[in-house]
Design a protein around this ligand. Structure first.
Ligand SMILES: *Cc1c(COP(=O)(O)O)cnc(C)c1O
Length: 431
């Protein structure tokens, strides 16, 4: 019905990844080598990533074909459901229609498997035998552990220490899938050892864990590194979410005027939003909103400038919204949103006013998650609850203005391994 309908397999899975920025003619800012301030070429990054992923990282192709074997892996859980949240609408008392795309049906419970499978696949194709990575709340580590298992690669995970202790079941999942898991800062790397010695109570952060995983990679021959968000190729893999949603809504004869995703590093937000952003660039009126935690307000309060992606300043400089690579955000239950930076592509769109950002305190997100769980039965990940908070706020604003809107949000994962956080909420420990 609408002009841009993705090409799908017989069962409804997109056959290509969608590369928004070249399609709408928005140039990205290249990553810079901190020593020379010159753009970093693929050769410098080849120690960390296989060439196929670096090509995707810098690609100006608009549609990138998904290999057959990868499509088969996706078919285990895709297409994911698209539902209208009628009982949630009723609970809010809104006139607006609220749809959600549910990524919690993946075997690991979140959208992160979409890129984990792709990254494991291209690494295996390149002959890689071992991957090192970091994980915040544990969803990325879980997804990559399972994807590495699927494609026969060893997986070594640095898990932010506060989450390692708060979310022991995530570690159990990763170990069941065959990965090795270390609380970060760890004793495995020289950076981890020096940080632990200086600050024995360091809670860890995503920035620190990234530094450890990179050090692990460059000191272990045959090892590559994988990142679960932020980078262009990660966002690219996640665009299967929004392409599917476009097609699913199209069969219902629906087109949203608001698209919402929660934002940590930007991957699930880009995944749902970029295929719709193309329509916005073509003149459709769509409001696109990234929802982030008030305690880690990268997009709403950060600066748009070149900064490092990690705390030890090992990564190239990326032009992005950032709170500063030295900032260690306060521990919150939505650990997956606790990152000082943002995806350069998302940052570029925000700086150009093509998307908007809103921030929510924990108390608000848990309250709306309770309402959603009671209405729809699905207990959302605390990260995803930020998207629900934004969807509910937009609906309320529309009601106040006497309007009805059509809202789509991405429910990036379920919260069945976050029940400790919900327990704290029910006990009144989250204000
Ligand atoms: C990791 C995670 C996020 C945040 O990461 P993005 O790259 O911003 O998507 C959001 N929701 C869930 C369920 C996650 O696991």
């Amino acid at each position: 019905m609408y002009c841009i309908t993705p090409k799908l397999t017989a069962t409804g899975i997109p056959t290509t990844y969608y590369n928004l920025l070249p399609d709408i003619g928005v140039p990205g800012s290249p990553p810079l080598d901190p020593a020379t301030q010159q753009p970093v070429g693929p050769d410098k990054l080849a120690a960390l990533f296989p060439m196929a992923l670096l090509e995707q990282e810098m690609s100006s192709a608009v549609h990138i074909p998904i290999p057959e074997e990868l499509l088969e892996a996706y078919a285990d859980y895709r297409p994911t459901p698209l539902r209208r949240a009628r009982r949630f609408e009723k609970a809010l008392g809104t006139r607006s229609a609220i749809y959600y795309k549910y990524e919690g049906v993946s075997p690991v419970g979140s959208h992160k498997l979409n890129t984990a499978l792709a990254q494991a696949y291209y690494n295996r194709e390149a002959g890689v035998k071992r991957i090192a990575t970091e994980t915040g709340a544990g969803q990325w580590g879980t997804a990559l552990s399972y994807a590495c298992r699927t494609f026969g690669i060893a997986c070594n995970v640095y898990m932010v220490k506060v989450s390692y202790h708060q979310k022991p079941f995530r570690r159990t999942m990763m170990e069941l899938y065959g990965a090795s898991v270390h609380a970060s800062p760890s004793q495995e790397t020289s950076y981890g050892r020096s940080l632990s010695a200086a600050h024995p109570d360091h809670p860890g952060s995503l920035g620190v864990a990234i530094s450890e995983a990179i050090e692990d990679t460059v000191t272990h021959p045959g090892t590559k590194y994988a990142l679960g968000s932020v980078l262009n190729h990660v966002l690219l893999h996640q665009t299967i979410i929004g392409q599917e949603a476009l097609a699913q809504l199209d069969t219902l004869g629906v087109f949203p005027d608001v698209v919402v995703g929660c934002h940590g590093g930007g991957s699930n937000f880009a995944g749902i939003a970029f295929p719709f952003a193309k329509h916005k660039a073509n003149g459709k009126e769509i409001e696109i909103i990234a929802a982030e935690p008030a305690s880690c307000p990268t997009l709403t309060k950060g600066e748009f400038r070149y900064d490092h992606g990690d705390t030890a300043n090992l990564t190239p400089l990326m032009k992005m919204y950032t709170l500063g690579s030295g900032v260690v955000p306060d521990p919150i239950h939505a650990g997956g949103l606790r990152y000082h930076g943002a995806a350069p592509q998302v940052s570029e769109l925000l700086a150009r006013g093509m998307i908007a950002a809103r921030a929510y305190p924990q108390g608000v997100t848990f309250e709306v998650a309770r309402t959603f769980a009671g209405a729809e039965g699905i207990i959302p990940a605390p990260e995803s609850a930020h998207a629900i908070a934004a969807a509910a706020e937009v609906a309320r604003e529309a009601d106040a203005a006497g309007k009805a809107r059509t809202i789509l949000f991405n429910l990036s994962g379920h919260g069945l391994l976050d029940l400790g956080a919900y327990q704290d909420f029910l006990a009144g420990k989250i204000k």
